[in-house]
Design a protein around this ligand. Structure first.
Ligand code: ADP
Ligand code: ZN
Length: 727
């Protein structure tokens, strides 16, 4: 059995959040320390955050081992959480300390209570400044707050020196800030009366939560079928069981509406965790989660790494959404991590979507996940009527993108006072700016990417690195004046077309470009939902969960956009995106319709979108992936080698390729290296290798050895991406 309490002076092993790649030994402080406690420990001249991970190894100079400075005023990290961080680190090939950093992204974690220097004139120059007192003041000079024991340890003085200073009013004590308490969520307050399908699903989910065992359920239901109502019943059950629940949403802009729904259902607001939350609220959420007082958290993917005290349910809403993959820093997929975490803490997982990821669909088919279907929209609402507009016969004139069929349908809906959405997954005005004289296209200086014109802001912008430039009047290559032309459409240009066609209409753009806060965006979305727009022009942001009751027509401007390029996930993504967008039409009494502009109406993906025959589509996709031996029917890892010096990057990539026999024992094959799809970003060249292994193999240890076998020259980075999203 593992010890859970270490008496004063005992050797303990501490995981710090510093990039050291190993545990450090310390001695338990006065009063001892619990396993899992958050502590502050000395590291050289600094003090750093750590967690007590186990008994010390005692494998270096015992005499030099220092005591822990302070045990922070928060409950210890639960064992299941420590186990989760360990497994997540192994799975994603990330150092454990990087996982700890993800779990402790919170301002002044446990800083107060403690001592600090009083900031008043004259204070700090007491009459009798003994050496001991001077040392204390020197430590306090940093302006920080120190636990009394920590302060005496750092200054090397006895406790009486500090109490002396306190009496003289040179230092004072600060109390821990009081977090506002969380209002009690009432599981039985205002449940909706569920229809038969919903009831069946809700009962199954309640049982899954009540069992107190791990289990994942795919909740598949068309847009508007009541998935949210149903999984809120699972949340209610977790609350009744006295456990915590986490609901992940793919987009901050969705949280506002969701919080209101939770409040209506449970009579109180849950805790929130995402990048738009204030520092004070972050701290309150983190502490509430750790203590167990915060019973429900609504958040972005990073909320998965909060140290919940007793997590009983994780809901991943819109589980197919690509934003669940974190693409920098620690590379992880929130859906996979949710399943891993739940399996280690005996929690239930609900994956909700109208268009599940192929992985989830396949796991349900294989019996690894349970599956619940909601096949009908709630109430009188019906699924929209879907039709293709063949751009080969109904071709807009040059410089226009709306086919006559869509124009006429839009006009009819506007005349009936209904809303129309045109969907185009391209931000800005035009994706290409080209010189009509010499053909030069304006590219980013730092990236292998074209600059995108944003006409409202009168700039060119690189969507890879965010660089901005003025739109040139003369061609940077041939110098001719007035020849630069916008090529292709973006949402801004489409808005121009909408106004040209319907000068009376109120046109609103919804894209992730708007540099507005989550709150402002929510207000705008509410205004649009309340009728504040006739034509909404949107990027993929509109595909996610927003509810526009008066919207009855969706026009997809270019359904073929996502099908180009060799990515094996292109079909899946296009299917999901277009079905999701189409699902925005006709959510209330009026039946909606969706018009899909395409040059390839017979393409299997477009055909599946139109027929709605999903099971057949998924089965065909699954068969293709299985034949290719790629996820979910094979393991895959991407390797990106990057750096500012292309020759060095290529050398490292080739060297990795040459050593690929190191992976043979795992049955793995290595493809590449080749230039990455975007071969340069922010001045760094990028080369890519792909590792493919049979399903069921644990390839991480071999990958890790393989990576370590190549010595890296300065400024070259190798990043391993387990389960890459594109392949
Ligand atoms: P989904 O999450 O599948 O898109 P929602 O749960 O958002 O569906 O439900 C769509 C709309 O129908 C919401 O406005 C919701 O409040 C309403 N709704 C769904 N089920 C019920 C029910 N049983 N009683 C009353 N309203 C319902
Ligand atoms: Zn750039």
């Amino acid at each position: 059995m593992t010890e859970t309490h270490f008496a004063q002076g005992a050797l303990i092993s501490v995981l710090t959040s510093e990039p050291l790649d190993r545990f450090l030994d310390y001695r338990a402080p006065e009063g001892g320390v619990q396993l899992g406690s958050f502590v502050r420990v000395p590291l050289g001249p600094r003090r750093v955050l750590g967690v007590v991970w186990g008994p010390g190894a005692g494998d270096f100079d015992i005499a030099r081992i220092r005591p822990v400075h302070a045990v922070l005023d928060v409950p210890p990290m639960a064992e299941a959480m420590r186990a989760f961080l360990t497994r997540a680190a192994e799975y994603t090939l990330t150092p454990l300390e990087a996982m700890l950093r993800l779990a402790t992204r919170v301002p002044d974690l446990g800083a107060p209570p403690g001592m600090r220097k009083v900031l008043r004139r004259g204070v700090g120059e007491p009459d009798r400044l003994t050496d001991a007192r001077a040392r204390v003041l020197e430590v306090l000079e940093s302006g920080g707050v120190f636990a009394p024991g920590e302060l005496s340890a750092l200054a090397g003085v006895s406790a009486s020196v500090i109490s002396g200073l306190e009496k003289q009013g040179v230092v004072d004590r600060v109390a821990a800030p009081r977090d506002a308490p969380f209002d009690i969520l009432q599981p039985d307050l205002r449940g909706k009366e569920l229809n038969e399908d919903q009831q069946r699903a809700a009962t199954a989910l309640r049982e899954a939560v009540r069992s107190g065992a791990y289990g994942t359920t795919l909740l598949k239901g068309v847009t508007g079928s009541g998935k949210t109502e149903v999984y809120l019943e699972a949340v209610a059950e977790a609350l009744r069981a006295g456990r915590q629940a986490l609901v992940l949403l793919p987009e901050i802009a969705l949280t506002g509406a969701f919080l209101e729904r939770v409040e209506a259902r449970f009579g109180a607001r849950p805790a929130e965790w995402h990048s738009g939350v204030t520092q004070a609220d972050r701290r309150r959420c983190w502490r509430g989660v750790t203590s167990g007082e915060a019973r429900l958290v609504v958040g972005a993917r990073s909320a998965l790494f909060l140290p919940f005290r007793d997590l009983g349910l994780i809901v991943v809403d819109e589980e197919h959404d690509t934003s669940y993959k974190q693409e920098d820093g620690v590379l992880y997929h929130a859906r996979d991590m949710a399943v891993l975490r739940a399996s280690m803490t005996s929690a239930a997982v609900v994956l909700a979507s109208a268009t599940p990821a192929l992985e989830s669909w396949a796991n349900a088919r294989a019996g690894k996940y349970a599956r619940l279907d909601l096949t009908e929209r709630f109430g009188v609402a019906e699924m929209p009527e879907m039709a293709a507009l063949d751009l080969r016969s109904d071709r807009p004139e040059p410089g226009r993108w709306v086919a006559e069929g869509l124009r006429a349908a839009t006009q009819a809906r506007l005349a009936a006072n209904e809303q129309v959405l045109w969907f185009l997954n391209r931000r800005g005005y035009a994706p290409v700016t080209q010189c009509r004289a010499c053909g030069e296209q304006i590219g980013c200086h730092e990236c292998d990417a074209r600059m995108v014109e944003h006409r409202f802001r009168k700039i060119l912008m690189c969507h890879q690195c965010g660089a901005e430039r003025a739109v040139p009047t003369a061609c940077p290559a041939c110098g001719k004046e007035g020849m630069m032309a916008a090529i292709g459409p973006g949402v801004e240009r489409l808005a121009e077309e909408a106004l040209a066609l319907f000068p009376e209409a109120q046109v609103e753009i919804l894209s992730s470009d708007q540099t507005e806060s989550a709150r402002a965006l929510k207000a705008r979305i509410d205004a649009i939902a309340a009728g504040g727009a006739d034509i909404i022009i949107g990027t993929q942001i509109v595909a996610k969960g927003h509810n526009f009751p008066n919207l009855t027509l969706v026009g997809v401007i270019d359904a073929d956009l996502g099908l180009q390029g060799g990515d094996l996930r292109a079909s899946e993504r296009t299917f999901q995106l277009v079905r999701q967008v189409a699902g925005r039409a006709g959510r209330a009494e009026r039946r909606g319709s969706a018009l899909i502009q395409t040059c390839v109406p017979d393409h299997p993906v477009i055909a599946a979108i139109l027929s709605g025959d999903e099971e057949e589509f998924w089965a065909a996709e699954a068969a293709a992936r299985e034949a290719a031996g790629v996820p979910p029917y094979g393991r895959m890892a991407g390797v990106i080698v990057s750096g500012p010096d292309e020759a060095r990057v290529v050398d490292v990539a080739r060297e990795l390729g040459r050593r690929s026999d190191m992976l043979l024992a795992e049955g793995a094959q290595v493809f590449g290296p080749a230039a990455a799809q975007i071969a340069r970003i922010r001045g760094k060249f990028r080369y890519r290798l792909l590792v493919k292994a049979p399903k069921g193999r644990v390839i991480q240890p071999a990958l890790s050895k393989w990576r370590a076998s190549v010595k890296l020259p300065p400024n070259v980075r190798v990043v391993l991406d387990i389960d890459p999203q594109s392949f």
